[in-house]
Design a protein around this ligand. Structure first.
Ligand code: ADP
Length: 648
């Protein structure tokens, strides 16, 4: 609900003044002061809102016929007034009650404004405002684009089925708006009257309005009428006649044959349904006739919407039934891991009064969903196959989402596993198939390691031996990767194996000599391992000789069934209650530090100093993998003492 302030002046008291919420002021400030070009999009936004209002009315009228009674056609009207310098957008749609006016035109859903402001900040400067303007629609702040061209806006509105008296909302955007009764407004629907700034009087010109509607709003399935004034007759009989003319095609784009639709029309429709500023990466248009008949016009966007990972996502695929819009964000036609898909599904078979609950159960919906998933995956596969650069960009935007399907979409698991990409020790980005193709014959697993970023994995001690042998290691930096790997488990009969887990066994690929050496080392260092375990008993499950290290003295590995440290950290940061996980410390038998400690231990098997060294090594292993150390002050003190001793 909006915060209302007490009117401060008599004048204000007469016109119930309200303050905009802080986030609206911020958005308005940007709209008015930072966006310079492409101001024309205000018309697209207002027409889009009008079309939505008509869609909503038609949908509500399915169950409440009374709502449509008595009023004129369902349409949008544009009325320029060249004398008053106003442009008015009128619709006969659902309208708004007083509360709705205050809520909808005085606040912004919190997440929307936050998204917009963050995205604007991400733009870096106000100079490159083209995309800023384009962002407006995406964040549910489209109405405020009216202030791109107007210094004062009046909204008159009457909600369908809510009596005879409408409401008047006015604002000049200086932090406040007023809401009063509007006895003169007695028809259902809404009019938005823009008092155009002097420098924007071009938007009163008939040709300019026609051009904008053709460019941005031709696909709107409601008629858009323009008040056209012509001179008729000759001489003394000459008179000015005002007529309404429909200036858009006014047909549902997706119902038209593909061959008749121009690329620009597909593009503009995408911008409309997806509220997106970019171009789509893929456009899928299909008309299916048979036992179930439906049309789909779906898009794979280029850029991820800002709320892709928000719990309260605003958009999805629109559901129409026989051209009547039923739901703006229908989640039932695309599974969660394809939730970036935008567009329209129009079914001939579903009942008009279908509810969300019914949809979940419905067989028709399941059939359509299957086709949709198939078609979308096929388009993505083709991109992966034929347009590698595009696919890499797509993967960067939506890879994380697609990976979710490895666990949830059992039917398509193999297709998804083929689509997954990771960076690796030898490649910028690789598929599992490409990895397997590069594998030497005697390698029988696909190796991977985790870290916060590419550098962290690359320098991780765990993969030293693998790297030295020239074995390719996949680098996993995304929290969902642990899950994704578990979903895949094996690819082309090759298991996926973590280079950071205790069960990493490189012996198969080792020579007899290497094997014998390993055994000898284990025997030689058995005592030292036992000692280290006693010292670190609170943190460590076991200490053992490593075969994965070459340059580092030690590292921590994950016991079977345990979580990678990187994932454990993320889950903790998210507030999940995790029991302490003891890991295994592996020591490098060939490292001089280990050698020295071995000698030290042999000389004095209870000596304090060995204890200090092992605690230091343990902390250092934590730091090397990017984990926090439990007691940094003690770590520093211990380090200083040992340094002092070394220097003496
Ligand atoms: P969005 O349309 O993305 O939600 P807007 O800022 O464009 O964001 O509009 C805010 C809200 O105001 C809309 O969601 C709608 O509820 C209401 N609204 C705007 N224009 C109209 C209209 N012409 N008729 C009815 N409601 C409208």
């Amino acid at each position: 609900m909006s915060e209302e302030t007490q009117p401060e002046t008599e004048e204000a008291a007469a016109g119930a003044e309200h303050s905009f919420r802080a986030e609206v002021n911020q958005v308005l400030d940007i709209v008015i002061n930072s966006l310079y070009s492409h101001r024309e999009i205000f018309l697209r936004e207002l027409i889009s809102n009008a079309a939505d209002a008509l869609d909503k009315l038609r949908f509500r009228a399915v169950t409440d016929e009374g709502l449509m009674e008595g009023e004129g056609e369902l349409e949008i009207q544009l009325a320029p007034d060249r004398e008053a310098k106003t442009l008015t957008v009128i619709d006969t749609g659902i309208g708004m009650t007083r509360d709705e006016v205050i809520e909808n035109l005085g606040t912004i859903a919190h997440s929307g404004s936050r998204g917009f402001l963050e995205a604007m900040a991400g733009q870096g400067n106000a100079g490159s405002d083209v995309s800023g303007v384009d962002l407006i629609g995406q964040f549910g702040v489209g109405f405020y684009s009216a202030f791109l061209v107007a210094d004062r806006v009046e909204v008159r509105t009457l909600a369908a089925g809510e009596g005879q008296t409408g409401w008047l909302w006015t604002s000049a955007a200086h932090g406040t708006f007023t809401v009063d009764e509007a006895p003169e407004w007695t028809t259902r629907g809404t009019e938005i009257r823009l008092h155009l700034k002097e420098e924007h009087h071009e938007f009163l010109d008939e040709w300019r309005i026609r051009e904008l509607v053709r460019k941005y709003s031709d696909f709107v399935s409601w008629p858009i009428l323009l008040e056209v004034t012509t001179e008729e007759g000759e001489g003394d009989d000459k008179k000015t006649v005002t007529k309404d003319e429909t200036i858009n095609t006014a047909s549902a784009l997706w119902r038209r044959p593909r061959s008749e639709i121009k690329d620009e029309e597909y593009l503009e429709f995408y911008r409309h349904v997806a509220h997106a500023p970019d171009e789509p990466m893929e456009t899928l248009h299909f008309q299916i006739e048979g036992t179930t008949s439906y049309t789909g016009l779906l898009y794979v966007p280029k850029q991820a919407p800002w709320d892709l990972f928000e719990r309260e996502r605003r958009q999805g695929v629109r559901l129409y039934v026989k051209r009547v819009m039923i739901m703006e964000d229908c989640k039932d036609f695309v599974p969660d891991h394809l939730r970036f898909i935008r567009g329209v599904i129009d079914s001939d078979d579903l009942p008009l009064n279908v509810s969300r609950e019914l949809l979940q159960e419905d067989r028709t919906v399941r059939t359509i969903r299957k086709t949709v998933v198939n078609k979308v995956l096929a388009a993505i596969e083709q991109m992966a196959d034929k347009r590698k650069d595009d696919y890499a960009a797509f993967w960067g935007e939506f890879g994380r989402v697609l990976k979710e399907g490895l666990h949830t979409d059992f039917e398509n698991k193999d297709r998804l596993a083929n689509l997954v990409r990771w960076p690796s020790s030898t490649e910028q980005l690789t598929s599992l198939a490409e990895y397997v193709e590069r594998m030497p014959e005697d390698q029988d697993a696909i190796y991977y390691a985790f870290g916060t970023n590419r550098d962290a994995v690359e320098n991780s001690p765990h993969i030293e031996a693998l790297k030295k042998r020239g074995t390719e290691v996949l680098y996993m930096t995304d929290p969902i990767d642990e899950w994704a790997v578990e979903g895949i488990r094996e690819f082309e009969k090759k298991p996926l194996k973590s280079a950071m887990k205790a069960d990493l066994d490189l012996s198969k690929e080792a020579t007899d000599e290497e094997k014998a050496e390993k055994e000898a080392n284990e025997e030689r260092l058995e005592d030292l391992c036992e000692r280290a375990k006693t010292i670190l008993v609170d943190d460590i499950e076991e200490v053992r000789v490593s075969n994965r290290l070459t340059d580092s003295p030690c590292c921590l590995v994950v016991p079977e069934g345990g979580l990678h440290a990187h994932i454990e950290r993320i889950l903790r940061a998210q507030g999940q209650d995790m029991p302490k996980q003891k890991r295994i410390l592996e020591i490098n038998p060939d490292h001089p530090v280990v050698e020295k400690l071995h000698l030290m231990h042999a000389a004095d098997s209870d000596g304090e100093e060995v204890g200090d060294w092992f605690r230091l090594l343990h902390d250092q292993a934590l730091l090397a993998e990017g984990s926090p150390i439990a007691d940094p002050a003690t770590f520093a003190r211990r380090m200083t003492t040992l340094m002092q001793r070394a220097l003496e």
